[in-house]
Design a protein around this ligand. Sequence first.
Ligand code: 13P
Ligand code: SF4
Length: 310
Amino acid sequence: MNIVNEINRLKKSRNAVIIAHNYQIPEIQDIADFVGDSLGLSQMAAKTEAEVIVFCGVHFMAETASIISPDKRVLIPDTDAGCSLADTINAAQLIKWKEENPGAVVVSYINTTAEVKAETDYCCTSSNAVKVVESIPLDKKILFLPDKFLGNYVKTVTGRDIVLWNGFCHVHEKIGELELDEAKKKYPEADVLIHPECGCSSSCMLKSVVYSDCKNLKIFSTEGMMTYTKESASDEFLIATEVGILHRLKKENPAKSFYPASENSVCEYMKMITMEKLYNSLLNDEFEVKVPEGIAAKARISIERMLSVS
Ligand code: 13P
Ligand code: SF4
């Protein structure tokens, strides 16, 4: 059996669309109809005319697609594909935090469960977090969750009254200043592109503003990295995020060179989606991700607010 042909055949017969995050394995990226970051994937889910969305990513992303498109069937090829960052806060913890901070506006990074989104005022992703916070009235205190590094970055850029949840991603947290300095020594000419979930993001951003030797350092979402590298005149880039994105970076920019800040930045949850599981998902109509309408209706408001400012 040629698995690529079979997946394409099933996709057609089921009127399905395959969407994949930038961290997916190369084979999955190559067979997907659309590859992107969390924001791009949620926008894609909102506008597709396909009846079935097969989401090659992690569970909260498939939940987001189900919230936005309740009439579509959303499938994830492996239900164990979770997210350590989303797991750092649940709805009960958020309700308690809100009670301790009456009147504060809640901004949640998209890496959260549907239940947490239902308790959220504004959702955001790494590509629009600053814009979302800037759209909130100046006199409002903001509770930002769950990622403390992204939150600190947004707090520094906007200068707003933001209280941070102490959450982080186990992959990005390890890309700290020391790791980055080592990599920079190896590739002194490369532009340095950093995902805001990285442990070094806040300090690196401050440095890039204050010290002139860090002018070639930029903070981007995964899709922001794709756009920047395409348009940039530089031909060497040091990439501080999950290594899965290197496949697309190299494929779409064959004349340029890309180096990972750390070869060990691998998200085991993202890598749980394989071609075999994708095939089984289409063949057996598994595994549906369906957010109950009571929760979805509340969560949708926070996502729609985000999409209206993006
Ligand atoms: P992006 O929205 O930048 O793709 O990031 C999602 C994510 O999970 C990063 O670890
Ligand atoms: Fe979650 Fe981190 Fe994996 Fe992104 S890289 S999906 S934040 S565990």
